[in-house]
Design a binder for this molecule. Sequence first.
Ligand SMILES: Cc1ncc(COP(=O)(O)O)c(C=O)c1O
Length: 383
Amino acid sequence: MDWRVPLADLDYGQEEETSVVNVLRSKWLTMGAVTQEFEAEFSRMVGAKHAVAVSNATEALHLACLSLGVGPGDEVIAPSLSFVATSNAVLYTGAEVRFADIIGPDELTIDPADVARQVTPRTKAIIVMHYGGYPCRMKEILAVAERYSVPVIEDAAHAPGASIDGKAMGTWGLVGCFSFFSNKNLSTGEGGMLVTDSDDIAEKFRLFRSHGMTSLTYDRHKGHAYSYDVVDLGYNYRIDEIRSALGLEQLRKLPANNARRKAWTERYWKILDSSKVGLPFRNKAGSPSFHIFPMLLPSGIDRKAFIDSLKAEGIQTSIHYPPIHSFSYYKSRYGVISLPKTDEISTRQVTLPLYPGMGEEKVDLVANAVNRSIEALQSVKPG
Ligand SMILES: Cc1ncc(COP(=O)(O)O)c(C=O)c1O
């Protein structure tokens, strides 16, 4: 379908094309010097000692769990209001997930008080997710983590460039995981990054990323090594030079593009009828990355009818997220779990279009269509 306003749109141009052509001409496509440069620039951007690139954030989350020793018999606390990769990564290790609720309709991130309630003697780690690029309450989360001596992993898939008090999201916990999937603020199609200040953990990331081998093909190509040992059970989670080249260009554009996302978000907040529409994070502190624009329908409105009415006007929307504990696989594994606040908002949440090149005109078009649609649906008498 040709959308008048798509949900997301890439900011790709000549820079990305040139960078890819340069990699092709270099004839070195697997992980090498361009990836090293991407890692160095990314670690500088977030202010972390180490950045280790992988081919997606699901792998980053998996390696984060493995590197912290998460395994069978352990539990990891995570939000249910997230993409399923957040908790799947825990299950890959043989550990189990304990879901924590969100703070509420104004703040859709994990509730530090509920995190504390979910702690058991088996808790091995806490994963938080900066929903929509809006920072979690990290100071309170870290206080809980410290009380129980449990490390924190940040799922920062939505949050490149976001910060609290000038400290980047992804660097508050022991490990931060970023996604470069094609709808993300920094996009390489598929891609991910792990960041940490710990030398030991970074060393594990590098081993696990490439079969547990002590040297890379690239090192041997460069003459830095002639052989290798395999010292752990690793994976092939490497990124490649084409994606790293795209990542470098996208990283340069990130501050300006996040600023444009911010401008469109603030305009939405101004035009949407806040007497009817719930506007999460509107009064939130910190510097978000404005990854998506979430809104909450008034209760009683038929969400499908609302989405269809926008679709009829050529406006694409989405839902972030069907809660993980509501999926068949998770229900078959854990039975029925009650997360009252997650359950309540997840039936009312809708995500509106947001991307750097959107422009005022399109924001106005979407916001006015939303106001009109809600008014029309509210006047429909049930039955
Ligand atoms: C919150 C969150 N976590 C993890 C992921 C997984 O990222 P990837 O697609 O790079 O594996 C995504 C991607 O959509 C996400 O939104």
